[in-house]
Design a protein around this ligand. Structure first.
Ligand code: MF3
Ligand code: CO
Ligand code: CO
Length: 269
């Protein structure tokens, strides 16, 4: 199939060319570099607004553009989601406390390509329950990525994530999902973090998308606060998320947003 601009699509999902991987890699590496640098700005007493200001400054210094500033009226260079905030936390004046866990999500545009990634950080020292959640969430993303190859399906990705998280008696958020990206921020498909093997669209070389599971210690239900952005767990349980931008290759995948310093995971490097 071709879309109205003559570009190849499958099930409405754009198929990118070999040469496009380099653009995605370059954009993803800017995002990953900024997420590496931000680690030392996370500590008790720090505000999420100050962290966001650092991110915005670095996005500009690296000659890139923030994809989130101006996106549907959003005003910040990052989303910072603390403790029971599931995603889309708005940076502000609130100070981090010792033991807070937070997801920082950054998307930059470099030469028209989008690099979208998020990781967990901790202010001070992480408690055992939080550490378990962060570890299982990280590993569930990696389980999802490991099944990415041509011929497998999006349902295989969701199933790998869901079965792993639920085997640790944690729950997968259903209300938000990963997405295609490339020359645009959010495009088909919706990448669900739960599902049944063999269902959904078939993966094909040249598909670019994010996987970004949100995992809760309690129940999966979320609600959006009156600011129209901040999503929280309904039961106030702790939530974590990791996100990579990836591309399907001939026999597997390329992770565009790998940490140049090997710092994707907050405590184990
Ligand atoms: N980066 C988020 C994602 O993973 C989207 C944030 S949109 C914003 O898709 F407007 F809230 F920043
Ligand atoms: Co995303
Ligand atoms: Co993101």
């Amino acid at each position: 199939m071709k879309d109205h601009k003559g570009r190849v699509t499958r099930d409405g999902i754009r198929i990118y060319e070999q040469a496009d991987f380099a653009g995605m890699h370059a954009a993803g590496q800017v995002t990953a570099q900024i997420l590496d640098e931000v680690a030392e700005h996370v500590f008790p007493g720090q505000t999420t607004g100050a962290i966001d200001a650092f991110i915005e400054k670095r996005v500009v210094e690296m000659g890139t553009t923030s994809a989130t500033i101006g996106y549907r009226g959003y005003k910040h260079a990052s989303c910072i989601s603390v403790n029971h905030v599931v995603c889309h936390g708005i940076p502000g004046d609130k100070k981090l406390k010792d033991g807070d866990i937070l997801n920082i999500d950054v998307t930059v545009i470099k030469d028209g390509w989008f690099g979208d990634s998020s990781r967990m950080y901790v202010a001070g020292k992480m408690n055992r329950k939080a550490e378990r959640l962060v570890q299982v969430t990280h590993d569930s993303l990696m389980k999802g990525i490991e099944v990415v190859k041509p011929g497998n399906t999006f349902g295989d990705i969701g199933h790998a994530i869901q079965s792993y998280a639920e085997s640790h008696r944690m729950s997968v958020v259903r209300d938000f999902c990963g997405h295609g990206l490339g020359r645009v921020f959010h495009s088909p498909p919706n990448v669900l973090h739960y599902g049944r093997p063999g269902t959904g669209a078939v993966l094909e070389e040249g598909m670019f998308f994010t996987i970004e599971p949100m995992i809760n210690l309690g129940r999966p239900e979320t609600k959006v606060l009156s600011d129209d952005w901040t999503a929280v767990t309904r039961d106030k349980s702790l939530s974590a998320q990791f996100e990579h931008s990836i591309g399907v290759t001939k026999d597997g995948y390329e992770i565009f947003t790998l940490s140049p310093a090997g710092k994707f995971h907050p405590t184990f490097g």
